[in-house]
Write a protein that binds this ligand. Structure first.
Ligand SMILES: [Ca+2]
Length: 182
């Protein structure tokens, strides 16, 4: 009789535990958010790996804070949107975006911040990289190997000027990954 009762309690316990864990599994991942941060170096003429390889079916919400030095002749540091008045010319990594803006790359797609407090959302699967928008030069390429896990950015022919060499500081970039809403 005692043995029977013990077995019954054991089974009941297993059923209850099973039920609880099933509920937790259903609730947890739906809104779960995983956050990664990366200090992106202004001086790096390389696509700097965020640490995030976005799987299919997930969304990355990217925000940035802080300010970096992009051109020593400017009288100020700039944030993720780069210089408010200077738009990048053809020799820049991304022409048309703000000089010194934060660039985001996944696959062959390159996006730029146009406001310091913008949220850039990515759903394209793949590794997410960052870089400052500046002129890629031969000199900058020599220093690109300093950036572990980065993809060096080849200079355009005839690219000249101080490029990444006069850059300093970092932006703190936050990548929040969630399951995409169906
Ligand atoms: Ca520069």
């Amino acid at each position: 009789m005692d043995r029977f009762l013990l077995s019954f309690v054991a089974i009941l316990g297993a059923v209850l535990l099973g039920g609880v864990s099933a509920v937790a599994e259903d609730e947890a991942p739906a809104n779960a958010e995983e956050v990664f941060t990366k200090d992106v170096q202004a001086a790096g003429q390389a696509w700097q790996f965020s640490g995030v390889e976005l799987p299919a079916g997930y969304t990355a919400a990217i925000t940035a804070s802080g300010a970096w030095t992009i051109n020593e002749t400017w009288d100020k540091k700039v944030g993720a949107a780069g210089h408010p008045e200077y738009k990048a010319g053809d020799a820049y990594v991304k022409s048309g975006a703000g000089e010194g803006s934060l660039l985001v790359r996944v696959g062959d797609t390159v996006l730029s911040f146009s406001k310091d407090d913008e949220v850039i959302r990515i759903q394209q699967p793949g590794r997410i990289y960052f870089c400052a928008n500046d002129v890629a030069t031969e000199e900058g390429l020599k220093r690109a190997e300093l950036f572990v896990q980065g993809i060096p950015i080849q200079p355009l022919k005839d690219a000249h000027g101080s490029g990444f060499q006069d850059n300093d500081g970092t932006l703190k970039v936050r990548v929040a990954v969630t399951k995409s809403k169906k």
